[in-house]
Design a protein around this ligand. Structure first.
Ligand SMILES: Cc1cc2nc3c(=O)[nH]c(=O)nc-3n(C[C@H](O)[C@H](O)[C@H](O)COP(=O)(O)OP(=O)(O)OC[C@H]3O[C@@H](n4cnc5c(N)ncnc54)[C@H](O)[C@@H]3O)c2cc1C
Length: 414
């Protein structure tokens, strides 16, 4: 028997906050992390910059950014909000900046600095951190408490916080280990599936655009009759289809349609600031300027080079055609294509490539005020293992920080 009261399993965003919060109350706390280094997933967030939270002021508005069980987070956010998160990191010496879309980043632009700050917090709280300690199982002891199985032998504790994350980007250590443990202890696991995931398309021309990022575009999804969702912002072409913030946000709707056996359409308005009439006038000016050139070379002021052949093909205009001989109908078709470039969604990328895992431990089996299991006393959950998922914009890390804080505070000696 060892002397730890609380074991936190998983040294990611939720686990580090939970361990630090628990230990700073004087509770003997042990943090077990599979990897040699803590917070590997945090290190790759926000393209290595880590969009750690949002600066949106109202809890209601923040909750609206969680299509997956946002209501469950109400109490956790009341106890440790996004503004508390900013203060928390600032007090650890990490300066933050707020960017477009109320996204908060470390001023250094380095996600690793967020990990360093969290490590500093956990260590200074007196928590013992054991890296390279993969947990292989957890079970209840006969009277109370838990036996945690590790490669280096079993550990017995009074309380356990499961913060092993979801199942996406398994290379970071989050391999979905916690679901089987929770299920074995009586919890329902809502089927896991990719959320915020890139989309595959039937059209193969996307490959020619691989790496091209479009800013300030309007993108919407439709089935044959209805608009299913619409976003404005940045998107990216890849070798398999499309990605980037607006696509990731729309991916939930696309995935639901695919599940119904449908293939929704992606529509891209490449010039959302211009009405069709204004765009047509603009094109006519360009045509005049480049009247001696072929059409392919007459669109250079309007579009990125790589996009020109794709747009012309979709508008059914011969690339080599002389600009002065483009017909009115062809120009009309060009305007229509620029305002509505279409792609067919054929699938989502796999869970391993999703930014977040939707599904997980059912929220109705967890006390939202404490993060304690309603089924097993002394067992707590924090972070992505829970069936919650948010949009891009710092919401997923915030959920991990808030639930980690609440789990740590409540597992601690009172
Ligand atoms: C590419 C990418 C970019 C992202 N960008 C953002 C962003 O900018 N903003 C944002 O809010 N969210 C972002 N996210 C989502 C965010 O990173 C996660 O939601 C968040 O890290 C979840 O925190 P967590 O602590 O629950 O899990 P994790 O951070 O995944 O931590 C879980 C930890 O548990 C450990 N572990 C797993 N199994 C075991 C075991 N058996 N024994 C011991 N330890 C174990 C893992 O090694 C890992 O360290 C991004 C995700 C990805 C993949």
């Amino acid at each position: 028997m060892n002397s730890y009261k609380v074991a936190v399993i998983g040294g990611g965003a939720a686990g580090l906050v939970a361990a630090g919060r628990c230990a700073e109350t004087g509770t003997k706390t042990l943090l077990l992390e599979k990897n040699k280094y803590l917070g590997r997933k945090i290190g790759i967030t926000g393209k290595g910059r880590c969009n750690l939270t949002t600066s949106i002021a109202s809890i209601e508005d923040i909750i609206a950014q969680y299509p997956g069980n946002g209501r469950f987070l109400y109490s956790a956010f009341s106890q440790f909000s996004n503004l508390d998160t900013i203060d928390f990191f600032n007090s650890l010496g990490l300066k933050t900046v707020t960017e477009r879309g109320q996204r908060v980043f470390p001023a250094s632009d380095r996600a690793r600095d967020v990990v360093k700050a969290l490590e500093k917090y956990a260590k200074s709280s007196g928590c013992e951190i054991r890296p390279e300690s993969p947990v292989t199982g957890i079970s209840r002891l006969p009277v109370s408490g838990f036996k945690i199985t590790t490669a280096k032998g079993p550990i017995e504790v009074e309380k356990a916080i499961l913060a092993v994350g979801g199942a996406s980007y398994p290379g970071t250590g989050s391999t979905g280990d916690g679901y089987a443990w929770a299920r074995k202890m009586g919890h329902t696991i809502v089927p896991i599936r990719p959320a915020l995931v890139p989309l595959e398309t039937s059209e193969t021309w996307v490959r020619d655009l691989q790496g091209l990022s479009l800013r300030n575009v309007k993108v919407w999804l439709s089935d044959s009759d209805n608009i299913l969702g619409s976003e404005f912002g940045e998107m990216l072409f890849t070798h398999f289809g499309v990605s980037g913030p607006v696509i990731l946000t729309l991916s939930r709707i696309a995935a639901a349609e695919l599940e119904k056996g449908k293939q929704p359409l992606i529509h891209i308005d490449l010039k959302p600031a211009l009405s069709p009439e204004t765009l047509d006038r603009r094109i006519q000016r360009d045509f005049k300027k480049y009247q001696r050139k072929i059409i392919q070379n007459a669109l250079v002021d309007l579009l990125p080079q790589a996009l020109i052949p794709v747009v012309l093909e979709n508008a059914e205009i011969e690339r080599e055609k002389a600009t002065h001989s483009i017909t009115r109908e062809e120009r009309q078709s060009l305007v229509e294509t620029l305002k509505d470039l279409k792609l067919t969604v054929s699938g989502t990328r796999p869970l391993s490539e999703a930014i977040v895992t939707a599904g997980g431990v059912a929220t109705n089996e967890i006390n939202p005020r404490t993060m304690e299991s309603k089924i097993i006393s002394g067992l707590y959950f924090a972070g992505e293992i829970i069936d919650i998922d948010g949009n891009t914009g710092g919401f997923n890390l915030q959920a991990a920080f808030s639930t980690g804080y609440v789990a740590g505070a409540n597992a601690a000696d009172k």
